[in-house]
Design a binder for this molecule. Structure first.
Ligand code: BDR
Ligand code: CA
Length: 314
């Protein structure tokens, strides 16, 4: 059997981030979580680092190392998303405060140290929030860029355009300068944009499948979904809310669930009107060099079957 893939989850929980973390922690055959690095995004850093620990304890994995990173974007003022995720970021069920400690090292230093320590090309970064920690690490230690195996991230959109503005997806919009650094870095990148995640809809039967697992995690995931779907269903008129961030982890486990194209993706950093837009050359109409595999489709039933089966283990 091959060795599990070593990953760092960079995250701003967020209920969907939380489900992504649970999926990774429930999949030790395929994934080894070297650490979780929190960033400001859905809610401020104080809450995202705390929520990361709450989720590790929910998965009964209090030994996972959790680090706090950047509290605000590189250049812009932090924009948060309490209107989707609630005041705590994990609104819905009431979960106990974490007992496991936050590591003292800054998340950016953890990312740098880990990439320098592990053999080159063996660590995958999984950003599920704004790219501030990753870009800060690249600026501080350019030598790590060539040591990254791959970046698999949730962010951006093309045919689905935007969710926080008419043109931009939340993670990229919050820190477009950081996203620009990452997309121009030359690292191999796989993107899970809204084009894919808007097909990962938690419909009623899928929520009930979580609830019927009969374990604590299944109940909590169903209650989180019940909370954030109120907002999304109204916004999109869809039968359920999109479960964005778990797409990243599902890709690591079962890449055949996803389909995409290797294209050029350029982040808008100049215009306020379209700030943070991910301009993907889907039709190959420019001569810009492809820099990312931009996903466009997923097998939604296969995705939820995998997720539900893995959550049952916790
Ligand atoms: C992304 O933004 C956040 O609200 C979610 O956690 C996800 O990472 C979707 O646009
Ligand atoms: Ca997120």
């Amino acid at each position: 059997m091959s060795q599990p893939l070593k990953i760092i989850i960079d995250t701003d929980p967020g209920q969907d981030d939380a489900v992504a973390i649970l999926l990774a922690l429930a999949s030790p055959e395929e994934i080894e979580v070297l650490g979780i690095t929190a960033v400001a995004g859905n809610v401020p850093l104080e809450l995202t680092q705390k929520n990361s620990r709450i989720v590790c304890e929910l998965a009964d994995k209090p030994d996972v190392d959790v680090f706090a990173g950047c509290a605000s974007p590189l250049e812009r003022k932090l924009v948060t998303a309490e209107h989707v995720h609630g005041k705590t970021g994990l609104d819905g069920p009431v979960l106990p405060d974490p007992k496991m400690p936050l590591r003292e090292t800054h998340a950016v230093d953890f990312i740098i140290d880990t990439l320098r320590r592990e053999p080159a090309g063996t660590v995958t970064l999984c950003p599920l929030g704004p790219l501030t920690n990753i870009a800060t690490a690249f600026r501080k230690a350019p030598d790590i860029v060539g040591r990254i195996g791959e970046i698999v991230l949730m962010g951006g959109a093309y045919f689905q355009v935007g969710n926080i503005t008419p043109a931009a997806e939340f993670n990229i919009y919050v820190d477009p300068q950081a996203a620009d650094i990452v997309f121009q870095s030359g690292v191999s990148i796989v993107v899970m944009p809204l084009d894919v995640t808007h097909k990962a809809l938690v419909t009623r039967p899928r929520v009930e499948a979580f609830r019927s697992l009969g374990n604590h995690v299944g109940t909590i995931v169903a209650e989180w979904t019940d909370f954030f779907e109120r907002f999304d269903k109204e916004k999109y008129g869809s039968p359920g809310a999109p479960l964005h961030d778990p797409c990243v982890i599902a890709y690591l486990i079962e890449p055949a669930l996803f389909r995409g194209r290797h294209v050029n993706v350029t982040v808008e950093t100049g215009s306020e009107l379209t700030m943070g837009m991910t301009v993907a050359d889907w039709w190959g109409v420019t001569n810009r060099t492809p820099n990312a595999t931009f996903m466009g489709d997923l097998d939604a039933n296969g995705f939820f079957a995998l997720l539900t089966k893995r959550l049952a283990r916790l």
